[in-house]
Ligand binder design. Sequence first.
Ligand SMILES: *Cc1c(COP(=O)(O)O)cnc(C)c1O
Length: 427
Amino acid sequence: MKTSRSTKLFTEAQQLIPGGVNSPVRAFRSVGGQPRFIARAKGSRLYDVDRNVYIDYVLSWGPMILGHAHSAVIESIKKAAGRGTSYGAPTESEVSLAREIRSAFPSMEKIRLVSSGTEAVMSAIRVARGFTKRTKVMKFEGCYHGHGDYLLAKAGSGLATLGIPDSPGVPDDFAKHTLTAPYNDIRTVQQLITANRDQLACIIVEPIAGNMGVVPPAPDFVSALRQLTAEHNILLIFDEVISGFRVSYGGAQALYGIKPDLTVLGKIIGGGLPVGAYGGRREIMDLIAPVGPVYQAGTLSGNPLAVSAGLATLKQLRAKGVYKQLEERSAALAKGIGEAAKKAGIPVTQTRIGSMLTTFFTPGPVVDWNTAKQSDTKRYGQFFHHMLEQGVYLAPSQFEAAFLSTAHSTQDIEKTLRAAHTAFKKL
Ligand SMILES: *Cc1c(COP(=O)(O)O)cnc(C)c1O
């Protein structure tokens, strides 16, 4: 596979941009080699600057659930662009997106749009603290909630991939307000609540963990969190930036029938443009300016192009059979990869909820960060490159989800499985 143009661009990029990338997970550090520079994308395919073609299972790290450059989404963005790209004044489409989000996520009685998942999480934590008048925050090891100062402790893939346990630049004074517990470990949660009585503002969790590879919640883990937080007047925040509109139209909370106090969304709701959202109970959200004193603002918040891309995406997702098809194709992919690994005698553990899945290179089981990191990351790196060489673009890190889109055909799955057979055999 020819990669000379990517190599040349990467050399120059490294002179201009730290590590040559604008987000560290793109840099291929944990799998070795150099990133491919992408020229364009359509449907399930990525095309790089050397004219290589890949079946894409990264999908911009989650947002592109309809595949790339979906005609309805592009049309909608073009129309919006023709009407102007930003006004700094309210628009009808923001109301439509908020209405659509609330109908899918009834727990989000009021919603504020922002420009990224990180921003949404930071804002949700601020309002949780304002509402409870408490300072401490609990999160889970291996869960990622964006790069806000308070939440970088034990934050999963991006940092784990680079071997950064916790980021320098975050004052101890900030980090000390963050407590961490192992995922799926409700006893530790109980102990931390007892030890920090009346100090915990909120517990934030990915109800389906996607940032240490996919780690599903144990039965009752999420409902136990709901019960414990309610008992102690702690707000429960679901970070559904990945799972929202992905595992079902109403996210993990619809799947499990649990109502958090606050929810954070991102990725899919922007249809490939920058959007985040946070929302929840009315009395909490009404603390936000201009109604209340908790300040949060944004020049480009609710940007008309991004909102139009989000609305167009959600409309496609409401079509009949979308999630059923995603489920069936994802199940076929997971099953096939498992069979290929078994045939080659490579021990793997596969996790999957709907169209998000991970193949961990460990016999498992994988239930939290400690068990996830038992994976043989060197072997994953080799597998990744064998797949890439055959035109299958997986995440350049063991600790990530693979995503499917509605554009992934059964032929794409078959081609991927043929590549996987070859790749496993070469390990
Ligand atoms: C991607 C992600 C974020 C951060 O969103 P950005 O738009 O990258 O800032 C937050 N939480 C989870 C669960 C994510 O996967």
